[in-house]
Ligand binder design. Sequence first.
Ligand code: C2E
Ligand code: CA
Ligand code: CA
Ligand code: CA
Length: 277
Amino acid sequence: SKELGQNKYSFFSQELHQKRRSRYMIAAQLHRALEKSEFSLVYQPKIRLTTGEVVGVEALIRWHNVELGTVPPDLFIPLAEDTGLINDIGDWVLQEAVAQVQQWLGQGCAVPVAINISARQFQNGSILQRIESELARSGLDSRWLSIELTETSFMDNAEQTAETLLALRERGVGVSIDDFGTGFSSLSYIRTMSLDHLKIDRSFINSITESERDRQLVKAIIAMSQALGLSVVAEGVETPEQLGLLRELGCDQAQGYLICRPKSAEAFVEWCEQYSA
Ligand code: C2E
Ligand code: CA
Ligand code: CA
Ligand code: CA
């Protein structure tokens, strides 16, 4: 059994070693990803359920590196947060998304764009100034821009976060709560934070056609949001049954593979033309 114990130990230490190394490798590549222009944005539409019209688009970051291949954001965003790189990456996302809507405006096919902001970007207190200066620099009207943030952003420094959200909304920038229902915070922040949209997490939408419990939860979230004047977006809609049920429940907007997968800017414009034709 001593032998087994040793094997076990060496197995785990090897795995740990590998994990550390790959994390280290990814971090090393991440440091140079911006200067090497390895990031891009893809876009996924949100539609209004009553009319079917495209009411907005979410920008999602992609990273392609020669050595690592395509690294998913769920993997490198946390790393970017730990290393502080998230601020520069966030600035790039903001600039790129703003430039994209401006191009769409020029082509006469613009929809408001939402960017994701991670909790760490919110914590350093400069997000308001970063967004303001980008709007001033670009001259873009703020109604074309909104932000999506998760409940974790409210955990530290709730007071400052509330002030920042209020300031953003006063300037015309939309604010959405992302992944609603998965965070650890209580409902109290909904009372104190200034918001426009609430996005119901994919995990609830996933099971609404099978689970009565989740269906009731989604129904309650929709009722609560509407009572508070917030619009509700269902994310991760994959089946016509889910879409039908959400429509019945009075959900305002939907997003998901069923409607459209995230696409490059060019492919998104093509999709829009086909969709509205
Ligand atoms: P999120 O903001 O909740 O984005 C939704 C994720 O679900 C996206 O994954 C999207 O591609 C995926 N998705 C959309 N529709 C469906 C569907 O019908 N089914 C399934 N299974 N998935 C669907 P993605 O692009 O891999 O992004 C993962 C997360 O990474 C995002 O979750 C967001 O938290 C973060 N992220 C993405 N882009 C950025 C960014 O520019 N900045 C920051 N800070 N975080 C980002
Ligand atoms: Ca999001
Ligand atoms: Ca989400
Ligand atoms: Ca998410």
